[in-house]
Design a protein around this ligand. Structure first.
Ligand SMILES: *Cc1c(COP(=O)(O)O)cnc(C)c1O
Length: 371
């Protein structure tokens, strides 16, 4: 096939030709032209959360996890105590990396098919004063659950606890207003709902907590306080920046603004998600989550209960038709995942449903074809 497949995954995502074309140049990292691109990206990222004045944004090389790890290392003192609200795989990853950073880490476990509970957090913080920071995954990409960010932020504020939000898969799609919501750090990345290419993360940090972060990090490369100080002083990245990723993100942000910003992106992804769930429903395929918990980011779907089903064959069949799906991440039930994000719209989602129907038919799995 001479066309790229459509990526129905949580990233990397399908990008526009404009975004891809932006990468066809070479940039000097110390040059004024590239410094201007970095400054523009940072300013426009802050605009998206209304964080100008109150927050800084610190970009960091690497995939999204690098920035989560850097946020924990930079924000949490070495004798701090992190409490992770856990309803899925990315929550478990945040707990593990906190522990590996040498921080005391506790986990509050919730069911994977439920949102985490702000009321349960409230009760826990009343009896455990040792917690210094709470980690919340806004959209748990392992299942697609949207967790209650505003309610958790309010509980953390009331108890005077720091809040670190992994908003990797929700930022730029779900509303996040730094003026209405108190967090210490919020983490996202280039290759998710902004529809850039992967390769850099960025962390919004509340200015009031930034100065207190000096010297927390035990890592040189992951020290966001140091990265920020250097960038403020020179306009440059501390170490070699992913120049092509940064210019692609700059171009992707321009298109994000042209489309109508976060509300327009949410509307498109919601339409994608509805088209997908309705189409799969007509084939007899059910989503794992109740509709009120489902973020329009990624949908976990129960695999057909049929002896001929195997994810590998299913994946290969969909790929041959031009769509890359994603495996499920649940241990108890057989599922697959379909992303609703990226530079795609209802048309691609409808074609994906047809590709899935054709693939299942080819595998000898009976499904009620859509009329
Ligand atoms: C994508 C994602 C990450 C980062 O994953 P990487 O593979 O490191 O880019 C972290 N948290 C969530 C919720 C994500 O969706």
């Amino acid at each position: 096939m001479d066309r790229d497949p459509i990526l129905l995954t949580p990233g990397p995502l399908t990008t526009t030709l404009r975004t891809k074309t932006a990468m066809l140049r070479d940039w000097g990292s110390w040059d004024a032209d590239f410094i201007a691109v970095t400054a523009r990206v940072r300013a426009r990222l802050l605009d998206i959360v209304s964080g100008q004045g109150s927050h800084v944004v610190v970009p960091l090389q690497g995939s999204g996890t690098f920035s989560v790890e850097a946020a924990v290392a930079t924000l949490v003192p070495r004798d701090g105590h992190v409490l992770v609200l856990d309803n899925g795989a990315y929550c478990k990853r945040a707990a593990k990396l906190s522990q590996m950073m040498g921080r005391r880490a506790s986990v509050m476990a919730f069911a994977e098919d439920q949102a985490v509970s702000a009321a349960a957090l409230d009760a826990r913080l009343q009896v455990d004063a040792s917690v210094t920071h709470v980690i919340l995954i806004h959209c748990e990409t392992g299942t697609g659950v949207e967790n209650p960010l505003a309610a958790v932020a309010a509980v953390c504020q009331r108890h005077g606890k720091g809040l670190i939000v992994d908003a990797m898969s929700s930022f730029a799609a779900l509303p996040i207003d730094a003026a209405a919501l108190r967090f210490d750090a919020l983490v996202a990345a280039s290759g998710k709902c902004l529809e850039g290419v992967p390769g850099m993360g960025f962390v919004f940090i509340r200015k009031e907590v930034l100065d207190g972060c000096a010297g927390n990090s035990q890592s040189l490369a992951m020290d966001l306080h140091d990265q920020h100080t250097y960038m403020e002083r020179t306009g440059q990245w501390r170490f070699t920046p992913p120049t092509h990723v940064v210019v692609a993100l700059d171009e992707a942000i321009s298109q994000f603004i042209e489309e109508g910003g976060q509300p327009a992106r949410l509307a498109r992804y919601s339409d994608n998600c509805r088209t997908l769930i309705d189409g799969l429903g007509a084939l007899g395929l059910r989503p794992f989550l109740a509709p009120d918990l489902q973020a329009p980011i990624i949908v976990t779907v129960h695999a057909p209960a049929h002896p001929a089903y195997s994810f590998k064959r299913f994946y290969d069949g969909a790929k041959a038709r031009g769509f890359l799906l994603y495996p499920g991440k649940l241990t108890e039930v057989e599922t697959f995942r379909v992303g609703c994000i990226g530079a795609i719209s209802r048309r691609e989602m409808a074609l994906a449903v047809s590709a899935i129907a054709d693939t299942l038919r080819e595998m000898g799995i009976d499904c009620h074809a859509a009329p």
